[in-house]
Design a protein around this ligand. Structure first.
Ligand code: SF4
Ligand code: FES
Length: 244
C-alpha cells in the first residue's frame, strides 16, 4: 500500500492512508483489510453496538466502526486475544437467540453463522436462553422472527436513512431491548415496508425473511458457500462505494 506519510495509520504493522472523517473501519476496508463486523454496513451511519470490530488503538480498546482514524495510530486487529473476545461475543449472540442453523431459512446466507466459521467457533460455550419473542407473520411478503434478532439496528438505520420509511425501532434497554414496528398495531402488515426495501433484505441473520424464498438457493451456491465473511465484507465496501 502506497502512503503519503501524513494521514496514515498502521493496522497490524501495515501502513494505510485515511482521509479526514474516515473511521478506522472505513480506512481498513478501503485498504482491503478486514476488521470483523456485524452491525457495520457501508453507507449507513454506524451504531457501534455489536462490538465485533473492537481493536486496540495504542493502549485503548475501541470500536473501529465508530472511532475516527487519527494520524499515527497504531492499531492491532487480527490478534489471538481480540479474536478470542470476538468468539465469545459471537457465542453469546448465538445463545441469546434461537439460531438453529440446520433448520433456519437463512443458513448459508447468515452473517452470524459465517462469523462463527471465520472465527473458528466450535461450540456455543454458554447455556442457551431459548427465548420466546413475538413472531410477526402479518405482512404478505415478509416475516419477522424476533427470536433470531441480534439487535444490530441495521434494519432500523436502513429503513430510516435509505428507504426513508422509519418502519423499525429498538425499544427498551439491556435484556429488555427488542425490535418494534412503528405502526399503531405494532404489526408489519400495517407498515409501508416493501420486499424491495433495503430494510427487508439487510438483516444479517434470519430475523427478517422474505416469504416464499426459503431454501431457494441450493447448498453449494449460497453466499457463504462461495466466499467467506471476510471476502463479503470487503466486497460490500467496494460495491457500496461504486453505487452497485
Ligand atoms: Fe438486526 Fe435483523 Fe434484528 Fe433488524 S431484525 S435489528 S437487521 S438482527
Ligand atoms: Fe463496530 Fe458492530 S461493527 S460495533
Amino acid at each position: 500500500m502506497m502512503t503519503t506519510g501524513a494521514d496514515t495509520i498502521r493496522i497490524d504493522g501495515e501502513e494505510i492512508p485515511f482521509t479526514p472523517g474516515q473511521t478506522i473501519m472505513d480506512a481498513a476496508l478501503a485498504a482491503g483489510i478486514y476488521i470483523p463486523h456485524l452491525c457495520h454496513y457501508p453507507g449507513l451511519p454506524p451504531s457501534g453496538n455489536c462490538r465485533l470490530c473492537v481493536v486496540e488503538a495504542g493502549n485503548r480498546s475501541v470500536a473501529a466502526c465508530i472511532t475516527a482514524a487519527a494520524a499515527g495510530q497504531e492499531i492491532r486487529n487480527d490478534t489471538p486475544a481480540l479474536n478470542a473476545a470476538r468468539t465469545a461475543i459471537t457465542q453469546m449472540l448465538f445463545v441469546e437467540g434461537n439460531h438453529i442453523c440446520p433448520s433456519c431459512e437463512k443458513t448459508g446466507n447468515c452473517k452470524l453463522q459465517a462469523m462463527a466459521y471465520h472465527l473458528g467457533m466450535l461450540d456455543d460455550h454458554f447455556a442457551q436462553f431459548y427465548p420466546h419473542r413475538e413472531l410477526d407473520a402479518s405482512h404478505p411478503g415478509i416475516l419477522l422472527d424476533r427470536s433470531r434478532c441480534i439487535l444490530c439496528d441495521l434494519c432500523v438505520r436502513a429503513s430510516r436513512d435509505i428507504d426513508k420509511k422509519n418502519v423499525f425501532a429498538i425499544a427498551g434497554r439491556g435484556t429488555d431491548a427488542h425490535l418494534v414496528v412503528n405502526t399503531p398495531s405494532g404489526k408489519l402488515a400495517d407498515s409501508t415496508l416493501a420486499v424491495t426495501d433495503l430494510a427487508a433484505t439487510i438483516c444479517p441473520v434470519g430475523a427478517i425473511l422474505i416469504k416464499e424464498k426459503g431454501f431457494e438457493v441450493p447448498i453449494g451456491q449460497r453466499i457463504y458457500d462461495r466466499q467467506t465473511i471476510r471476502e463479503t465484507g470487503l466486497q460490500e465496501h467496494v460495491e457500496r462505494k461504486n453505487g452497485d
